[in-house]
Structures are given as structure tokens and as C-alpha cells.
Design a protein around this ligand. Structure first.
Ligand code: ZN
Length: 359
């Protein structure tokens, strides 16, 4: 999919003014001592980009638009489908019927929620090549993605440019969030790299499902952290990795220390920005593309068991696993490489790979 603006006519930025309408609109937030009138003014002058407008992204950007954050960009590569409506709070049946791009549908809804701020939807797949163009000139980056490949790209970009970002993820009934302040806190690579998650058992929302309440909970925590950062109330940040399971009722909050040898925030090797970790996609015959994944081996029987209820016609032998997500058919090899039949679009291939195989 080509990167394109859903609408190039940007709204004029209307700074928060002390007129009666603005004071009234945000009155309950201004009354809250942590924000006050000065915090509200800072929110109006601030900006954030939401990368991925699925369940968490849609809820977070809606809260920030309502709170009066002055400039918001929504970035997403997918279209609204009926299976999104159970949890993606910005979308409705007509968006799914029309298969509207999520970035465009979100832009329409958000402008109806708050016409005084600037909102821009961008239909694009975030890649190392376009990260600079799409993420620069914002005060804060927010995670609304569904895969670790894009999160680590965001993390590399944020650390390289000393921008804060907020990690947020949910699957099943479980969710997790952490605020990353480059140079002052652990980054996502400090947390994830060096640990060994066996390939083929990573769960995604497309294989084990996800409950809307955990999405709302994690989105709320992410939004609260965003408000603190943008209003200049950094002392109030929770500074921890917070996780919750809305089914078991278990809540946890742990301090994560920086890894003194972290690839990203210590050694400043931004491999995701150089595209080394991005699955490379090439055309492969008529109406097919190949996704080249390196440095991984898949447990095909485990992957097959995990996909059994999520996709159609899963079958595998010791060399490959094949399944259908109409109108596509994907064949995955034990070395992580995959061939997608039914499309020549690299974004579709990356999206399906992230959804069903995982990052
Ligand atoms: Zn780090």
C-alpha cells in the first residue's frame, strides 16, 4: 500500500484560549489539580502520533482528542472489518461495510468529537524508509500496533531522536504497558532482547482472541501517561512496567532497569531503522509474494495447533505449513520464510505475517 494522506486539508491549529467555550469544554480536566489551566494550555500546544489504529490505538487517540491535545496524527495500514467492532471503539458497521481504511474512518470520527484540534489520518505501513517522514515533529509516539517488529522500529526511532513513546499491548485477557523516556528509563529492547521466547508459540489476537475490557484498561493507562507527558507533569509518570489480566484479576507493576549493554539505548545500534529486522518482501510469480524472515526457526506443529481455530484449512508436514485466510493462502516454511498467494502487496503480506505467524 502506498503511503498517502487520508486528507491533505489540515485544520488550522486552534490554540487553547481562555474564552468561555474552551474553559467550559475542558472544565472538569482543568479542575483536576494535576492538570489545571497551565496543563491544559500545554496539552493544546502539544502533538502526538498514534501508530496503529486498532483497539488500543482507537481508544487512546479518542481520549487524547477529547482531552484537547492540539495535533494528532493517526497512522494505520488496515481496513475496518466486522471482526474489529467488538473492541475497536471508534468504528461502526458502516465503516466495516464500506471497508474504510482505519486511518480515514478514525479521522472522520475524531473531527466530529473535537473540531478545534488538528487531526490527520495517514494510510500507511510504517517502515524504516518512511519512519522519518511520518514520525518527526511530534512530541510523543504512541503504540497502537499489533506486532513487535513495528514496536522495535518505533523504539529505535524514539531512542535515536530522544523522543518519549509509550508501549502498549493486549492479547486474550492480558495487557501490558510501559513508558519509555530515552536516556532516563529502560527501552523496549532493554526489556525484550536477550530473553528467549520460543518461535511458533507467540500468541496474537488473531489466534487466541482479545477481550475489549483489557484493551480499554491498557489504553486508559497509556492515555493517562500521555496526558502527564504532554502537560509537562513528568513527576507523575508511573515509571514501571504495568500488566493486568482482567479475567484472573491479577495486576502487577515492576521496575525495569536499563540494560547497560542494550543494543538500542546503550550501544545505539538501530538495526530496526536500517531495515535489518524488517521482513523483506519480494514478488514471487504471478499474484504471489515471498516474505523473507531470517534468524528464526518455527515449530510447525505448535504453530499449526495455534492456528487451527483461527484460519481455514491448516495442514503441515515437516517442511512447511499451509493455511487459508480467504482470499489468501499462506505457506510458511520451518525457517520462517513464507509465500503469500493472492496478493502482490507487501503491506498485506507483512500484515498477515504479523497477525498469524507473529514477529
Ligand atoms: Zn535499552
Amino acid at each position: 500500500m502506498q503511503s498517502r494522506r487520508a486528507d491533505r486539508t489540515a485544520h488550522p491549529l486552534s490554540p487553547f484560549s481562555k474564552d468561555f467555550a474552551s474553559l467550559e469544554r475542558y472544565s472538569r480536566q482543568i479542575l483536576f489539580a494535576g492538570i489545571g489551566e497551565s496543563g491544559q494550555q500545554r496539552l493544546a500546544a502539544s502533538s502526538a502520533v498514534i501508530v496503529g489504529c486498532g483497539a488500543i490505538g482507537a481508544s487512546t487517540v479518542s481520549l487524547l482528542a477529547r482531552a484537547g491535545v492540539g495535533r494528532l496524527r493517526v497512522l494505520d495500514r488496515d481496513f475496518v472489518e466486522s471482526s474489529n467492532l467488538q473492541r475497536q471503539a471508534l468504528f461502526d458497521e458502516s465503516d466495516a461495510r464500506d471497508s474504510l481504511p482505519k486511518a480515514f474512518a478514525a479521522q472522520q470520527k475524531l473531527r466530529a468529537i473535537n473540531s478545534a484540534i488538528s487531526i490527520e489520518g495517514v494510510v500507511a505501513d510504517l517502515t524504516p524508509q518512511n519512519a522519518g517522514e511520518l514520525l518527526s515533529d511530534f512530541d510523543l509516539l504512541l503504540d497502537g500496533t499489533d506486532n513487535f517488529e513495528t514496536r522495535l522500529l518505533l523504539n529505535d526511532f524514539a531512542v535515536k531522536h530522544s523522543l518519549p513513546w509509550i508501549y502498549a499491548a493486549a492479547v486474550g485477557s492480558y495487557g501490558v504497558t510501559m513508558t519509555v523516556r530515552p536516556g532516563r528509563s529502560a527501552c523496549l529492547a532493554c526489556l525484550l532482547e536477550g530473553t528467549n521466547t520460543p518461535a511458533g508459540v507467540e500468541e496474537t489476537c488473531d489466534t487466541v482472541g482479545v477481550l475489549a475490557p483489557v484493551v480499554q484498561l491498557i489504553s486508559s493507562l497509556e492515555s493517562a501517561e500521555a496526558l502527564k507527558l504532554l502537560a509537562g507533569k513528568e513527576d507523575a509518570l508511573h515509571g514501571r512496567l504495568v500488566s493486568a489480566d482482567v479475567w484472573s484479576g491479577r495486576f502487577q507493576s515492576v521496575e525495569i532497569s536499563r540494560n547497560p549493554n542494550c543494543r538500542c539505548c546503550a550501544r545505539r545500534e538501530f538495526s530496526y531503522l536500517q531495515g535489518q529486522a524488517q521482513p523483506h518482501v519480494t514478488l514471487c510469480g504471478r499474484d504471489s509474494v515471498q516474505i523473507h524472515e531470517r534468524f528464526r526457526s518455527l515449530d510447525l506443529p505448535a504453530l499449526g495447533a495455534r492456528l487451527a481455530t483461527a484460519v481455514e484449512s491448516v495442514r503441515h508436514n515437516e517442511f512447511l505449513l499451509r493455511f487459508r485466510v480467504p482470499p489468501y493462502e499462506m505457506t510458511v516454511f520451518a525457517d520462517g520464510r513464507a509465500i503469500l498467494k493472492g496478493s502482490t502487496d507487501a503491506a498485506v503480506a507483512r500484515s498477515l505475517y504479523a497477525r498469524f505467524i507473529g514477529a
